[in-house]
Design a binder for this molecule. Structure first.
Ligand code: HEM
Length: 162
């Protein structure tokens, strides 16, 4: 049965009640589909179901690299002083320390363990240029916006002693 013209909220409620009463007498899904209110309610229910599935479905877990897995849960040691010789021993992709004077954040020579950052570095292997050594010059090139001055501090493990 088609809807009558809607005059007021009371009319609307009345029409809805009539529609529900019609649907209660429906004997099959076909009967429901033949009714405009039935179609609307079904479409709404399907929409809600899809929304719920979308919100509840867990996102695909981010794929962790071998290095990330190896470093996972490794605690950061308490900050301490390091000599240049000590830092120099950490000069590979899998164990990458840098000495840096972050001119915009404290202007002191400090030591950074950027091993876990290496494979995320947008500048790729450039970060290896002074692996285990002083990268202050390279770090302050125009390739790095000021956000990097803060980012690098997350990897600080101590200060330089000599
Ligand atoms: C001497 C050491 C480093 C060198 C030579 C270097 C070099 C570069 C280069 C060439 C780029 C440009 C990539 C491109 O636009 O194609 C770059 C980008 C970047 N680097 Fe480094 N990098 C060094 C150290 C670091 C460190 C220690 C960090 C942070 C822990 C870092 C964070 C970044 C970030 C976030 C970008 C992207 C900047 C943007 O938003 O455009 N880099 N780097």
């Amino acid at each position: 049965m088609p809807f009558r013209e809607v005059g007021s909220l009371a009319d609307l409620v009345q029409q809805f009640r009539e529609g529900i009463a019609r649907l209660q007498q429906a004997e099959s899904l076909q009967d429901v589909m033949n009714d405009s209110l039935g179609r609307g309610l079904l479409a709404g229910a399907v929409g809600l179901l899809m929304l719920a599935l979308l919100l509840l479905s867990p996102g695909a877990p981010a794929e962790k690299s071998e290095l990330d897995k190896k470093l996972q849960g490794k605690p950061k040691p308490p900050p301490r002083g390091y000599t240049r010789a000590e830092v120099a021993a950490h000069n590979t992709e899998e164990d990458l320390w840098l000495i840096l004077c972050n001119r915009h954040r404290g202007n002191k020579y400090k030591v950074y363990d950027v091993t876990s950052y290496f494979e995320h570095h947008p500048g790729g292997d450039a970060i290896l240029t002074n692996a285990g050594g002083d990268c202050t010059e390279g770090f302050h090139g125009i390739q790095h916006p000021p956000t990097v001055y803060d980012l690098v501090e997350e990897y600080c493990i101590g200060w330089l002693e000599d």
